[in-house]
Ligand binder design. Sequence first.
Ligand SMILES: *[C@@H]1O[C@H](CO)[C@@H](O)[C@H](O)[C@H]1NC(C)=O
Length: 176
Amino acid sequence: MAATLLALLVLQAVSLASAFPGGAPASSCVDMTPRHAGVQPQPDPAPYHILTSSPTFQTGQNVTVVIAGAEYRALLLEARAGTKSAAVGSWSLPPADTKLLQCSGNPYGAITHAGTSIKDGSTTYTWTPPSDTNTVYFIATVAQQRNVFWLNIKSDTLTRGERHPTQDLSVPNKST
Ligand SMILES: *[C@@H]1O[C@H](CO)[C@@H](O)[C@H](O)[C@H]1NC(C)=O
């Protein structure tokens, strides 16, 4: 009896970890869909929101991003511009149990999980904007477990907040 239970638990743990044990593969950069045969995404709305440290971005200034809501174990997170599917900007300092993934030829183009330990709204992702786009949004696939995931979770759109040289000159001690 105990042995059966133990075997069941082990089996469950193995199947969870096999979702994408080492993170999403580069082949899922564009559609961001896990390749579990026959497993459908959960219906909207997802129990997650992508929140950003600012509604605007500036070249050379990092944006921090969190996935707020329920706890999760696996993710694929990218920034995109306009209607294109290319991953823009650069992720850095991946938090515990996550890693960078090359997408669209960009080695820092996405963040994915490195293992399936719990992540939550305190797990913070750091992103540096590109210089050649004026709006971006963040998009994620988030999984609670192997068969339970949501696609197409999007942040609000961030716009470039330009700093005008004349403004800087007229307010020389402006902080931030
Ligand atoms: C942004 O993040 C990068 C990589 O972690 C770091 O080297 C850089 O100093 C950060 N920039 C700012 C303005 O905090």
